[in-house]
Design a protein around this ligand. Structure first.
Ligand code: NCD
Length: 333
């Protein structure tokens, strides 16, 4: 068992069962956990609308607590909970007592007192999800929906699931090139762990300011020239230019960034493997890190598939967090 697993696997004293509840980092998952999670996500697709599925989380309440903006992550966690029959409640920093200065722990205590079983939390501070999880202990499951530049496990997992589907489970030895603002991206940190777990060769490309040398030990080869990084890639992933997290002056201009590192259909055709698919976690800066023609290319783009897979993977994560003892039965359906 890894340290991360030990940290997050807890004994529920009240029920005397070993319970895997929190989901803090993609490092919480070994290959077997990942295969099981993906099977669970596939069952969520197969049994969508089936009454056995839509009542799995009856009597459970899932809170989405967002201190940062979100579209895909928030909506898909909320829909995932609803599809499984849970009650949901949303709290954003704007429009709640957080605005009046309430501490995170007091907000978490309030959600617990109101009967929440899981808290899906997005927060601008890296590492805070782990602290929130240890504050909650076994009172509720904490699912990290992105903490600063730290981790974004559900995004990493839906990306890995999408690749696993696309390559029919044959990920080992495939080359994936990730292009963009790695420095400020929590998505890439979650992806590096998972793609390496599946034995993929990961190439990361961007300007020196966004792809510093210290990324290499995280399990990737570093490039600053797009042509070299895309050469022979089986799949390509664009990262958003995270302008809200950057100091100014890191790049000369958006136009110049697009000229040097923008992903276009022509560039993929020229340098990557034939038909290599393109991924992007969203939201996209069209015309900056990715051209609209590529983003909307039906033969190449997996971007919408990523979003719909997000709903399945997040259902699987909620099942794992709230009713882990039911997983063998669900997989046997
Ligand atoms: C990502 C995030 O918030 O980290 N978006 C998402 O969850 N789909 C990526 C990003 O904001 O660039």
């Amino acid at each position: 068992m890894t340290t991360a697993e030990r940290t997050h696997r807890m004994i529920d004293d009240a029920h005397g069962i070993s319970d895997t509840r929190h989901c803090i980092s993609s490092a919480d998952f070994n290959v077997d956990d990942l295969r099981q999670l993906f099977q669970l996500a596939e069952q969520c697709a197969r049994f969508a609308g089936d009454e056995r599925f839509s009542s799995l989380l009856n009597n459970k309440t899932v809170a989405t607590l967002f201190y940062e903006n979100s579209t895909r992550t928030r909506v898909s966690f909320e829909l995932a909970a609803k599809r499984l029959g849970a009650d949901t409640v949303h709290l954003s920093a704007d429009g709640s007592s957080i605005k009046k200065g309430e501490t995170l722990n007091d907000t978490l205590d309030t959600l617990i007192a109101l009967g929440c079983d899981a808290v899906v939390m997005r927060h601008p501070i890296s590492g805070i999800a782990k602290k929130a999880a240890s504050f909650l202990g076994s009172r509720a499951a904490l699912l990290n929906a992105g903490d600063g530049c730290g981790d974004h496990p559900s995004q990493g997992l839906l990306d890995a699931f999408t690749l696993h589907q696309y390559f029919k489970g044959e990920l080992a030895g495939k080359k994936i090139t990730i292009v963009g603002d790695a420095l400020h991206s929590r998505v890439i940190r979650s992806n590096l762990v998972l793609l390496n777990t599946f034995g993929m060769e990961v190439h990361v490309c961007g300007p020196v300011a966004f792809v510093p040398k210290h990324f290499a030990p995280l399990g990737c080869l570093i490039y600053h020239k797009l042509e070299d990084a895309l050469n022979g890639a089986d799949a390509v992933m664009a990262l958003r230019l995270q302008q809200e997290r950057q100091q100014s002056g890191l790049i000369a201009s958006l136009g110049e960034y697009h000229r040097e590192y923008g992903l276009t259909l022509d560039r993929l055709k020229q340098w990557a493997k034939p038909n290599a698919p393109i991924m992007h976690p969203g939201p996209m800066n069209r015309g900056v890190e990715i051209s609209s023609t590529l983003a909307d290319c039906p033969q190449r783009s997996l971007i919408r598939r990523q979003v719909s897979n997000g709903l399945l993977v997040r259902q699987a994560l909620l099942i794992r967090a709230l009713i882990p003892q039911t997983i063998p039965e669900i997989l046997s359906w």
